[in-house]
Write a protein that binds this ligand. Structure first.
Ligand SMILES: Cc1ncc(COP(=O)(O)O)c(C=O)c1O
Length: 350
Protein backbone atom coordinates (compact mmCIF):
# COMPACT_ATOMS: atom_id res chain seq x y z
CA UNK A 1 0.00 0.00 0.00
CA UNK A 2 3.00 2.28 0.40
CA UNK A 3 3.60 2.22 -3.38
CA UNK A 4 1.75 4.89 -5.33
CA UNK A 5 0.78 3.02 -8.52
CA UNK A 6 -0.35 4.92 -11.60
CA UNK A 7 -3.92 3.79 -12.16
CA UNK A 8 -3.41 3.44 -15.95
CA UNK A 9 0.15 2.12 -15.71
CA UNK A 10 0.89 -1.40 -17.01
CA UNK A 11 2.31 -2.45 -13.62
CA UNK A 12 -1.00 -1.65 -11.95
CA UNK A 13 -3.06 -3.21 -14.76
CA UNK A 14 -1.05 -6.45 -14.44
CA UNK A 15 -1.63 -6.53 -10.68
CA UNK A 16 -5.33 -5.83 -11.09
CA UNK A 17 -5.59 -8.62 -13.72
CA UNK A 18 -3.91 -11.05 -11.34
CA UNK A 19 -6.29 -10.14 -8.51
CA UNK A 20 -9.35 -10.54 -10.76
CA UNK A 21 -8.19 -13.90 -12.04
CA UNK A 22 -7.33 -15.24 -8.59
CA UNK A 23 -10.71 -14.19 -7.18
CA UNK A 24 -12.56 -15.89 -10.04
CA UNK A 25 -10.40 -19.01 -9.75
CA UNK A 26 -11.61 -19.50 -6.17
CA UNK A 27 -15.07 -20.15 -7.67
CA UNK A 28 -14.56 -21.78 -11.05
CA UNK A 29 -12.44 -22.11 -14.20
CA UNK A 30 -11.56 -19.01 -16.26
CA UNK A 31 -13.67 -20.17 -19.24
CA UNK A 32 -16.78 -20.02 -17.11
CA UNK A 33 -16.27 -17.34 -14.45
CA UNK A 34 -15.10 -13.74 -14.11
CA UNK A 35 -14.57 -11.53 -11.09
CA UNK A 36 -15.62 -7.91 -11.53
CA UNK A 37 -14.31 -5.62 -8.77
CA UNK A 38 -16.20 -2.51 -7.68
CA UNK A 39 -14.77 0.51 -5.85
CA UNK A 40 -16.29 0.92 -2.38
CA UNK A 41 -17.55 -1.38 0.35
CA UNK A 42 -19.31 -4.70 -0.15
CA UNK A 43 -22.75 -3.09 -0.37
CA UNK A 44 -21.70 -1.24 -3.53
CA UNK A 45 -20.93 -4.59 -5.15
CA UNK A 46 -24.29 -6.03 -4.02
CA UNK A 47 -26.02 -3.03 -5.55
CA UNK A 48 -24.02 -3.55 -8.76
CA UNK A 49 -24.95 -7.25 -8.87
CA UNK A 50 -28.67 -6.69 -8.29
CA UNK A 51 -28.78 -3.77 -10.72
CA UNK A 52 -26.83 -5.52 -13.48
CA UNK A 53 -27.98 -9.14 -13.27
CA UNK A 54 -31.73 -8.90 -12.62
CA UNK A 55 -33.75 -7.78 -15.65
CA UNK A 56 -36.42 -5.09 -15.35
CA UNK A 57 -39.18 -7.67 -15.54
CA UNK A 58 -37.40 -9.99 -13.09
CA UNK A 59 -38.37 -10.76 -9.52
CA UNK A 60 -36.07 -11.52 -6.60
CA UNK A 61 -36.97 -13.87 -3.75
CA UNK A 62 -34.91 -12.77 -0.74
CA UNK A 63 -34.27 -15.45 1.87
CA UNK A 64 -33.97 -13.34 4.98
CA UNK A 65 -32.86 -14.01 8.55
CA UNK A 66 -31.02 -10.87 9.53
CA UNK A 67 -29.92 -7.35 8.69
CA UNK A 68 -28.05 -8.23 5.50
CA UNK A 69 -30.99 -10.12 4.02
CA UNK A 70 -33.18 -7.14 4.84
CA UNK A 71 -30.67 -4.84 3.16
CA UNK A 72 -30.61 -7.00 0.03
CA UNK A 73 -34.40 -6.64 -0.18
CA UNK A 74 -34.06 -2.88 0.36
CA UNK A 75 -31.47 -2.57 -2.43
CA UNK A 76 -33.66 -4.50 -4.87
CA UNK A 77 -36.76 -2.48 -3.98
CA UNK A 78 -34.84 0.79 -4.35
CA UNK A 79 -33.65 -0.30 -7.80
CA UNK A 80 -37.26 -1.01 -8.82
CA UNK A 81 -36.89 -4.80 -8.80
CA UNK A 82 -40.00 -6.74 -7.72
CA UNK A 83 -39.25 -8.52 -4.45
CA UNK A 84 -40.76 -11.46 -2.59
CA UNK A 85 -39.48 -12.08 0.93
CA UNK A 86 -39.16 -15.31 2.83
CA UNK A 87 -38.23 -14.06 6.29
CA UNK A 88 -37.58 -16.18 9.37
CA UNK A 89 -36.25 -15.19 12.82
CA UNK A 90 -32.68 -14.00 13.25
CA UNK A 91 -31.85 -17.16 15.20
CA UNK A 92 -33.48 -19.49 12.68
CA UNK A 93 -32.13 -21.20 9.56
CA UNK A 94 -34.42 -20.85 6.55
CA UNK A 95 -36.14 -24.04 5.39
CA UNK A 96 -35.14 -25.11 1.84
CA UNK A 97 -38.53 -26.85 1.60
CA UNK A 98 -40.25 -23.49 2.01
CA UNK A 99 -38.06 -22.00 -0.76
CA UNK A 100 -39.20 -24.94 -2.90
CA UNK A 101 -42.88 -24.18 -2.16
CA UNK A 102 -42.45 -20.45 -2.83
CA UNK A 103 -40.75 -21.07 -6.18
CA UNK A 104 -43.38 -23.63 -7.18
CA UNK A 105 -46.13 -21.14 -6.31
CA UNK A 106 -44.68 -18.11 -8.12
CA UNK A 107 -43.34 -18.63 -11.63
CA UNK A 108 -42.54 -14.90 -11.91
CA UNK A 109 -39.60 -15.25 -9.46
CA UNK A 110 -36.49 -15.24 -11.65
CA UNK A 111 -33.77 -14.90 -8.99
CA UNK A 112 -33.18 -16.01 -5.40
CA UNK A 113 -30.87 -14.11 -3.05
CA UNK A 114 -29.32 -15.83 -0.01
CA UNK A 115 -26.82 -14.66 2.59
CA UNK A 116 -24.27 -17.47 3.04
CA UNK A 117 -23.28 -16.50 6.58
CA UNK A 118 -25.71 -13.94 8.06
CA UNK A 119 -23.23 -11.80 9.98
CA UNK A 120 -26.06 -10.34 12.07
CA UNK A 121 -25.74 -13.43 14.26
CA UNK A 122 -23.07 -15.55 12.52
CA UNK A 123 -25.69 -18.12 11.49
CA UNK A 124 -24.70 -20.49 8.69
CA UNK A 125 -27.48 -20.75 6.13
CA UNK A 126 -28.25 -24.04 4.29
CA UNK A 127 -26.89 -22.78 0.98
CA UNK A 128 -26.17 -26.17 -0.59
CA UNK A 129 -29.76 -27.35 -0.02
CA UNK A 130 -31.24 -24.04 -1.23
CA UNK A 131 -28.96 -24.12 -4.31
CA UNK A 132 -30.33 -27.56 -5.23
CA UNK A 133 -33.92 -26.31 -4.92
CA UNK A 134 -33.23 -23.16 -6.99
CA UNK A 135 -31.47 -25.19 -9.71
CA UNK A 136 -34.36 -27.68 -9.76
CA UNK A 137 -36.74 -24.80 -10.52
CA UNK A 138 -34.40 -23.34 -13.13
CA UNK A 139 -34.05 -19.98 -11.37
CA UNK A 140 -30.87 -17.96 -10.81
CA UNK A 141 -29.14 -17.97 -7.41
CA UNK A 142 -27.23 -14.91 -6.14
CA UNK A 143 -25.14 -15.32 -2.99
CA UNK A 144 -24.10 -12.62 -0.56
CA UNK A 145 -20.85 -14.29 0.49
CA UNK A 146 -19.44 -11.19 2.15
CA UNK A 147 -18.39 -12.86 5.40
CA UNK A 148 -18.01 -16.35 3.88
CA UNK A 149 -15.79 -15.99 0.81
CA UNK A 150 -12.37 -17.54 1.44
CA UNK A 151 -13.62 -19.79 4.25
CA UNK A 152 -16.82 -21.53 3.17
CA UNK A 153 -16.48 -23.94 0.24
CA UNK A 154 -18.08 -21.92 -2.58
CA UNK A 155 -16.69 -23.71 -5.59
CA UNK A 156 -18.97 -23.85 -8.63
CA UNK A 157 -18.02 -27.52 -8.92
CA UNK A 158 -19.99 -28.30 -5.75
CA UNK A 159 -22.66 -25.62 -5.73
CA UNK A 160 -24.88 -24.38 -8.53
CA UNK A 161 -25.25 -20.60 -8.49
CA UNK A 162 -24.80 -17.69 -10.90
CA UNK A 163 -23.01 -15.02 -8.89
CA UNK A 164 -21.56 -14.28 -5.50
CA UNK A 165 -20.60 -10.99 -3.90
CA UNK A 166 -17.78 -10.44 -1.40
CA UNK A 167 -15.20 -7.84 -0.42
CA UNK A 168 -11.50 -7.34 0.17
CA UNK A 169 -11.72 -6.93 3.90
CA UNK A 170 -13.34 -9.90 5.60
CA UNK A 171 -11.99 -13.45 5.31
CA UNK A 172 -9.47 -12.36 2.66
CA UNK A 173 -8.00 -10.14 5.40
CA UNK A 174 -7.27 -7.20 3.10
CA UNK A 175 -8.15 -3.59 3.89
CA UNK A 176 -11.68 -2.29 3.18
CA UNK A 177 -12.36 -0.44 -0.08
CA UNK A 178 -13.14 -2.98 -2.79
CA UNK A 179 -16.15 -5.24 -3.32
CA UNK A 180 -16.34 -7.77 -6.13
CA UNK A 181 -18.84 -9.97 -7.92
CA UNK A 182 -17.80 -13.39 -9.19
CA UNK A 183 -20.27 -14.25 -11.93
CA UNK A 184 -20.78 -16.81 -14.69
CA UNK A 185 -19.50 -15.38 -17.98
CA UNK A 186 -22.62 -16.42 -19.89
CA UNK A 187 -24.89 -14.79 -17.30
CA UNK A 188 -23.00 -11.49 -17.41
CA UNK A 189 -22.82 -11.59 -21.21
CA UNK A 190 -26.63 -11.42 -21.33
CA UNK A 191 -26.73 -8.22 -19.23
CA UNK A 192 -25.84 -5.56 -21.78
CA UNK A 193 -27.72 -2.30 -21.19
CA UNK A 194 -29.49 -3.70 -18.14
CA UNK A 195 -27.78 -1.78 -15.30
CA UNK A 196 -29.72 0.95 -13.53
CA UNK A 197 -26.49 2.86 -12.84
CA UNK A 198 -23.54 4.04 -14.91
CA UNK A 199 -20.90 3.49 -12.25
CA UNK A 200 -22.28 0.17 -11.01
CA UNK A 201 -22.61 -1.52 -14.40
CA UNK A 202 -20.77 -4.84 -14.13
CA UNK A 203 -21.33 -5.64 -17.81
CA UNK A 204 -19.73 -2.40 -19.02
CA UNK A 205 -16.84 -2.80 -16.56
CA UNK A 206 -16.14 -6.36 -17.72
CA UNK A 207 -16.23 -5.23 -21.37
CA UNK A 208 -13.57 -2.67 -20.56
CA UNK A 209 -11.42 -5.21 -18.68
CA UNK A 210 -11.53 -7.44 -21.74
CA UNK A 211 -10.39 -4.60 -24.03
CA UNK A 212 -7.45 -3.22 -22.07
CA UNK A 213 -7.63 -4.37 -18.43
CA UNK A 214 -8.57 -0.87 -17.25
CA UNK A 215 -11.03 0.10 -14.56
CA UNK A 216 -13.50 2.57 -16.11
CA UNK A 217 -13.20 4.99 -13.18
CA UNK A 218 -10.27 5.68 -10.83
CA UNK A 219 -9.42 2.37 -9.13
CA UNK A 220 -8.54 2.08 -5.43
CA UNK A 221 -4.91 1.36 -6.32
CA UNK A 222 -3.67 0.88 -2.75
CA UNK A 223 -6.52 -1.49 -1.95
CA UNK A 224 -5.89 -3.56 -5.08
CA UNK A 225 -2.18 -3.77 -4.19
CA UNK A 226 -3.00 -4.83 -0.64
CA UNK A 227 -5.56 -7.38 -1.88
CA UNK A 228 -2.88 -8.88 -4.15
CA UNK A 229 -0.70 -9.33 -1.07
CA UNK A 230 -3.63 -10.58 1.03
CA UNK A 231 -4.32 -13.24 -1.63
CA UNK A 232 -0.65 -14.33 -1.54
CA UNK A 233 -0.88 -14.72 2.24
CA UNK A 234 -4.20 -16.55 1.86
CA UNK A 235 -2.65 -19.09 -0.53
CA UNK A 236 0.41 -19.49 1.73
CA UNK A 237 -1.95 -20.39 4.56
CA UNK A 238 -3.47 -23.15 2.46
CA UNK A 239 -6.38 -21.29 0.87
CA UNK A 240 -9.93 -22.11 1.98
CA UNK A 241 -8.84 -25.22 3.92
CA UNK A 242 -6.02 -23.54 5.82
CA UNK A 243 -7.93 -20.41 6.66
CA UNK A 244 -11.11 -22.18 7.67
CA UNK A 245 -9.11 -24.48 9.96
CA UNK A 246 -7.56 -21.49 11.77
CA UNK A 247 -10.90 -19.71 12.13
CA UNK A 248 -12.52 -22.94 13.37
CA UNK A 249 -9.85 -23.20 16.05
CA UNK A 250 -10.27 -19.52 16.99
CA UNK A 251 -14.00 -20.16 17.24
CA UNK A 252 -13.60 -23.28 19.37
CA UNK A 253 -11.22 -21.58 21.84
CA UNK A 254 -13.52 -18.57 22.08
CA UNK A 255 -16.78 -20.47 22.56
CA UNK A 256 -15.35 -23.01 25.03
CA UNK A 257 -13.69 -20.25 27.05
CA UNK A 258 -16.76 -18.01 27.15
CA UNK A 259 -18.99 -20.96 28.13
CA UNK A 260 -16.57 -21.71 30.97
CA UNK A 261 -17.17 -18.15 32.17
CA UNK A 262 -20.93 -18.76 32.09
CA UNK A 263 -21.74 -16.98 28.80
CA UNK A 264 -24.23 -18.51 26.39
CA UNK A 265 -24.16 -18.42 22.62
CA UNK A 266 -27.33 -17.37 20.84
CA UNK A 267 -27.07 -20.26 18.39
CA UNK A 268 -26.57 -24.00 18.87
CA UNK A 269 -23.22 -25.40 17.75
CA UNK A 270 -24.49 -26.85 14.48
CA UNK A 271 -25.80 -23.46 13.26
CA UNK A 272 -22.80 -21.31 14.16
CA UNK A 273 -20.18 -20.34 11.61
CA UNK A 274 -16.53 -19.79 12.55
CA UNK A 275 -16.80 -16.11 11.51
CA UNK A 276 -18.49 -14.25 14.33
CA UNK A 277 -20.22 -15.43 17.51
CA UNK A 278 -23.25 -13.84 19.16
CA UNK A 279 -23.37 -14.11 22.95
CA UNK A 280 -26.40 -13.26 25.06
CA UNK A 281 -25.78 -10.43 27.51
CA UNK A 282 -25.37 -11.51 31.14
CA UNK A 283 -28.37 -10.96 33.40
CA UNK A 284 -26.37 -9.83 36.48
CA UNK A 285 -26.78 -6.18 37.61
CA UNK A 286 -23.00 -5.65 37.36
CA UNK A 287 -23.13 -6.11 33.57
CA UNK A 288 -22.68 -3.06 31.35
CA UNK A 289 -21.92 -3.49 27.63
CA UNK A 290 -20.30 -0.04 27.40
CA UNK A 291 -17.96 -0.69 30.35
CA UNK A 292 -17.14 -4.18 28.98
CA UNK A 293 -16.46 -2.75 25.52
CA UNK A 294 -14.20 0.03 26.82
CA UNK A 295 -12.17 -2.29 29.06
CA UNK A 296 -11.61 -4.78 26.24
CA UNK A 297 -10.67 -2.02 23.83
CA UNK A 298 -8.12 -0.71 26.33
CA UNK A 299 -6.63 -4.24 26.30
CA UNK A 300 -6.48 -4.16 22.49
CA UNK A 301 -9.68 -6.11 21.67
CA UNK A 302 -12.46 -4.46 19.69
CA UNK A 303 -15.79 -6.31 19.76
CA UNK A 304 -19.19 -5.58 18.19
CA UNK A 305 -22.49 -4.66 19.75
CA UNK A 306 -25.33 -7.07 19.02
CA UNK A 307 -27.36 -6.50 15.89
CA UNK A 308 -30.40 -8.44 17.09
CA UNK A 309 -33.79 -6.86 17.45
CA UNK A 310 -35.04 -9.61 19.73
CA UNK A 311 -32.52 -10.21 22.52
CA UNK A 312 -29.70 -8.18 24.13
CA UNK A 313 -26.40 -9.53 22.87
CA UNK A 314 -22.87 -8.76 21.74
CA UNK A 315 -20.66 -10.27 19.05
CA UNK A 316 -17.04 -11.37 18.89
CA UNK A 317 -15.29 -11.89 15.55
CA UNK A 318 -13.01 -14.85 14.85
CA UNK A 319 -11.62 -13.60 11.51
CA UNK A 320 -8.68 -11.45 10.48
CA UNK A 321 -5.07 -11.78 11.58
CA UNK A 322 -6.05 -13.39 14.88
CA UNK A 323 -4.89 -16.74 16.18
CA UNK A 324 -5.98 -19.09 18.98
CA UNK A 325 -3.50 -17.40 21.36
CA UNK A 326 -5.21 -14.05 20.67
CA UNK A 327 -8.50 -15.69 21.64
CA UNK A 328 -6.91 -16.95 24.89
CA UNK A 329 -5.62 -13.44 25.62
CA UNK A 330 -9.12 -12.11 24.93
CA UNK A 331 -10.64 -14.61 27.38
CA UNK A 332 -8.12 -13.57 30.04
CA UNK A 333 -9.13 -9.95 29.48
CA UNK A 334 -12.84 -10.86 29.83
CA UNK A 335 -12.13 -12.76 33.04
CA UNK A 336 -10.09 -9.87 34.50
CA UNK A 337 -12.91 -7.43 33.78
CA UNK A 338 -15.49 -9.77 35.33
CA UNK A 339 -13.62 -10.10 38.59
CA UNK A 340 -12.82 -6.35 38.79
CA UNK A 341 -16.49 -5.59 38.08
CA UNK A 342 -17.87 -8.20 40.49
CA UNK A 343 -19.65 -10.13 37.74
CA UNK A 344 -19.75 -13.72 38.98
CA UNK A 345 -20.92 -15.28 35.72
CA UNK A 346 -21.78 -14.43 32.13
CA UNK A 347 -25.08 -16.34 32.40
CA UNK A 348 -27.99 -14.60 30.68
CA UNK A 349 -31.56 -14.31 31.98
CA UNK A 350 -33.58 -17.51 31.73
C1 LIG B 1 -23.23 -10.74 4.94
C2 LIG B 1 -22.90 -9.30 4.71
N1 LIG B 1 -23.43 -8.66 3.64
C3 LIG B 1 -23.17 -7.37 3.39
C4 LIG B 1 -22.35 -6.63 4.21
C5 LIG B 1 -22.10 -5.21 3.90
O1 LIG B 1 -20.78 -4.98 3.57
P1 LIG B 1 -20.16 -3.51 3.66
O2 LIG B 1 -20.37 -3.05 5.08
O3 LIG B 1 -18.73 -3.75 3.31
O4 LIG B 1 -20.85 -2.66 2.69
C6 LIG B 1 -21.76 -7.24 5.33
C7 LIG B 1 -20.91 -6.48 6.25
O5 LIG B 1 -20.61 -6.88 7.35
C8 LIG B 1 -22.05 -8.61 5.58
O6 LIG B 1 -21.52 -9.23 6.64
Amino acid sequence: MAVDYGSRDPAFVAMSDAVRHQLAALVGPAEGWVAVPVQGSGTFAIEAAVGTLIPRDGKLLVVENGAYGARLAQIATTLGVAVARYAVGEDTQPDPGEVDRLLAADASITHVGVIVCETTTGIRNPVAEIARVVAHHGRSLLLDAMSAFGVFPLSAADLQFDALVASSNKCLEGPPGMGFVVVRREVLAACRGRARSVALDLYAQQQRFEVDGQWRFTPPTHIVAATAEALAVFHEEGGVNGRSARYAENHRVLVDGMRNLGFETLLPDDQMSPIIVTFREPAHAAWSFDAFYDALRDDGFVIYPGKLTTCPSFRVGCIGQVYPDDMRAFLASVERWMSARGLPSGAPAR
